[in-house]
Design a protein around this ligand. Structure first.
Ligand SMILES: Cc1ncc(COP(=O)(O)O)c(C=O)c1O
Length: 389
């Protein structure tokens, strides 16, 4: 048996390695406090689950779904965008449900990237942007996200020949892993760049609903001209704590949506319909629980920020996402520092290098662990710091 050469292009998935190290520690009897998982610990709100259970009993929902999703779901997505962002979408041409946004993010590379083509990818960034590009035979060009630029890419520094070869640009705000946010003027600069170089923009908006201090992150689709050049990926995962149910969506440019639909309709058979009904319920009912979840996360953020400062790490207070992106002490790599915290404090964090070269020098703390565990992790970090002197 011989697997295809394209698999050799994929780097080793660092997160598998982290999980292995955590499992090893646990096998040694250490009750690891895990700040490395980006998956909401709080359950899906019960009204959504109840609706899904009802739908699961209906035989209509036992059959193959359509790749395009239920018309009521596309309408619910368009309605949600209208209420949340005042963005008007045609549910039949400008909305496509996905089996989680990761699926669409991976597949859209096949719409734009031919062997040798370039995709502009943020570094650090969610790894799937680069992996999709590599699987399609393309080359990621990494746009550095640095603290001095507020973790926004500087379009001016992209070389002309790269811009000419680029078919696609990935952006994502609020940002995983840096926790940075972007405003409409930045998105408008991106639209200008895309028009100038005739490329498509894919904006990953997985975290627009996870925000603090009353801040409401904008949608890329609110930027003037966005719909001419791009699409936005969204997800019910973080917004409604539905990571395990696998449902998301992409909205925006009708031509891009139709092209992705053509890829998907040949590869998948849509989202189980009971889950589509759950999504309709989530999008159409009260959004009050989002505020409740964010209040919990904000409390955790404040607690952990305090501890991070006390142990001498530097980090910006995130206005959105459930991540804190902290600088490791000088002279330490992100992997060494993460290993040190795991071995000496029984605390797991994600090394920044897992998100790209520019992630070196940082670790990511996630806030998605129960209050008691977070408290335990905080105590361990403080006592570890005490032992350093
Ligand atoms: C930035 C970003 N985009 C997309 C996803 C994928 O989300 P899902 O496939 O659950 O919709 C994640 C998940 O962690 C993420 O962090």
């Amino acid at each position: 048996m011989q697997v295809a050469k394209r698999l050799d292009r994929l780097p080793r998935y660092l997160f598998v390695e982290i999980n292995r190290k955590i499992a090893e520690k646990r096998a040694e009897g250490v009750d690891v406090v895990n700040f490395a998982i980006g998956d909401p610990d709080l359950p899906t709100p019960s009204h959504i689950i109840e609706y899904m259970c009802e739908a699961a009993h209906d035989p209509v929902n036992h059959r193959y779904p359509e790749t395009a999703g239920l018309p009521q779901l596309r309408e619910a997505i368009a309605g949600w965008y209208q209420r949340r962002f005042s963005v008007v979408l045609d549910p039949n041409r400008e909305v496509l449900p996905l089996i989680g946004s990761k699926e669409g993010i991976g597949h859209i590379a096949f719409v734009f990237i031919e062997p040798g083509d370039v995709a502009l990818v943020p570094d650090p960034g969610y790894p799937v942007y680069a992996m999709g590009t590599l699987l399609a035979g393309g080359e990621p060009y990494f746009m550095p996200l640095r603290a001095e630029n507020d973790f926004l890419p500087d379009f001016e520094t992209i070389p002309e020949d790269i811009a000419r070869r680029a078919k696609l640009m990935w952006l994502s705000y609020p940002n995983n892993p840096t926790g940075a946010t972007a405003e409409l003027d930045f998105f408008e600069k991106a639209v200008y760049f895309a028009r100038k170089h005739n490329l498509a923009i894919c904006h990953d908006a997985a975290y627009t609903e996870v925000a603090f201090d009353g801040y409401k992150p904008p949608s890329f689709m609110q930027a003037s001209g966005a719909k001419e050049v791009g699409v936005e990926f969204h997800s019910l995962s973080k917004t409604y704590h539905m990571t395990g149910w696998r449902i998301g969506m992409v909205v925006g440019n009708a031509e891009m949506i139709n092209a992705l639909f053509r890829v998907k309709s040949n590869l998948d058979s849509g989202i189980p319909q009971a889950i589509q009904h759950a999504a309709i319920k989530a999008l159409n009912s009260s959004q009050e629980h989002i505020l409740e979840h964010n209040a919990i996360l904000q409390r955790r953020r404040d607690k952990l920020m305090q501890v991070i400062n006390q142990i001498g790490l530097k980090a910006r207070v995130p206005q959105a996402t459930f991540y804190i992106w902290a600088r490791v002490p000088q002279g330490c790599t992100s992997i060494d520092f993460a290993d040190k915290l795991l071995n000496e404090a029984g605390v797991a964090v994600t090394p920044g290098i897992g998100y790209g070269k520019e992630g070196e020098g940082y670790v990511r703390f996630s806030l998605t662990l129960p209050d008691g565990k977070l408290e335990q992790g905080a105590e361990r970090l403080l006592s570890w710091q005490g032992r350093q002197k």
